[in-house]
Structure formats: structure tokens, C-alpha cells
Design a protein around this ligand. Structure first.
Ligand code: FES
Length: 149
């Protein structure tokens, strides 16, 4: 049994410690907002926050985060930066197919937390690990800037 704190709620999950956090979030806890894209750390679709830092949940053994605060897309709206990012995403209609967007939003919120007034370069570098096959990058950059205001 592994004890976790997810979006402020303590849970105990009956899994092996080497199970990826992504599997625990989606398949054990039933929170499907965090997406499986590549499963090998390349696409960013599975991004969550661990103690406020963006983390690829597909590459994170659940035992590594047992004493950490995990935030998913279901909980990020309760944070100041997460709410600002989600509002900007809606206002600028960033989403196309939507599959990668929860990961994009998690990374964007982390950027704003780290850099209150990010430049285009800060945003492009910070978001570079999150792939969008629809090519929404220009709208993403604008939304991050708007959310940071
Ligand atoms: Fe984790 Fe692609 S699913 S980086």
C-alpha cells in the first residue's frame, strides 16, 4: 500500500512501488484528465506537478512521490496560476483536438510560478517539451503571456 496526497486529498493505493504515477492516477484513482501519450517521457501529455514542479508521470515510479504533494489537471484550477492559465486557455480558445492540453496547462502553470513575467523565449523554452500535433503553439504562447498578467 502506498500513501499519496493528490490534489490535497490523502489516498492509499494498493500498488507496487515501481508502477508509474500515470497509471496510478488514471487506472487506480480514475482521474483521466492526465493523458497517456508516448509513455517514454517524450511528449509531455502526462505532466503533473510534484511539489509544484512539472513532472512526467509516465516516468515517475509512484514510490518516488509518496511523501510529495501531487497536483493533476483536476486540481490545478484551485491554484492562482492554474486558474489564470485555464481562464486564458478558454478566453483565447487555445484547444484544437485537446489531447495534449492538460499537459500543456500543467507546464504553463509551472512556468508562471517560476517566472512571473515570462518572455517569448522563456515560454518557448519552457513549453518545448510539450508536443501538440495540432500545432497550437502560437495560441499557447499568447495564453501563457495573458495568464501571467
Ligand atoms: Fe509521458 Fe509522453 S506520456 S511524456
Amino acid at each position: 500500500m502506498i500513501n499519496l496526497t493528490v490534489n490535497g486529498t490523502k489516498v492509499s493505493v494498493p500498488v507496487e512501488g515501481d508502477m508509474p504515477l500515470l497509471w496510478v492516477i488514471r487506472d487506480v484513482l480514475g482521474m483521466t484528465g492526465t493523458k497517456f501519450g508516448c509513455g517514454i517521457g517524450q511528449c509531455g501529455a502526462c505532466t503533473v506537478h510534484v511539489d509544484g514542479e512539472p513532472r512526467r508521470s509516465c516516468l515517475t515510479p509512484v514510490s518516488n512521490v509518496a511523501d510529495s504533494a501531487i497536483t493533476t489537471i483536476e486540481g490545478i484550477g484551485a491554484t492562482k496560476s492554474g486558474k489564470a492559465v485555464q481562464d486564458a486557455w478558454l478566453g483565447l480558445e487555445v484547444v484544437q483536438c485537446g489531447y495534449c492540453q492538460s499537459g500543456q496547462i500543467m507546464t504553463a502553470a509551472a512556468i508562471i510560478d517560476m517566472i512571473p513575467e515570462p518572455t517569448d523565449t522563456d515560454i518557448d523554452q519552457g513549453m518545448s517539451g510539450n508536443i501538440c500535433r495540432c500545432g497550437t503553439y502560437v495560441r499557447i504562447r499568447e495564453a501563457v503571456k495573458q495568464a501571467a498578467k
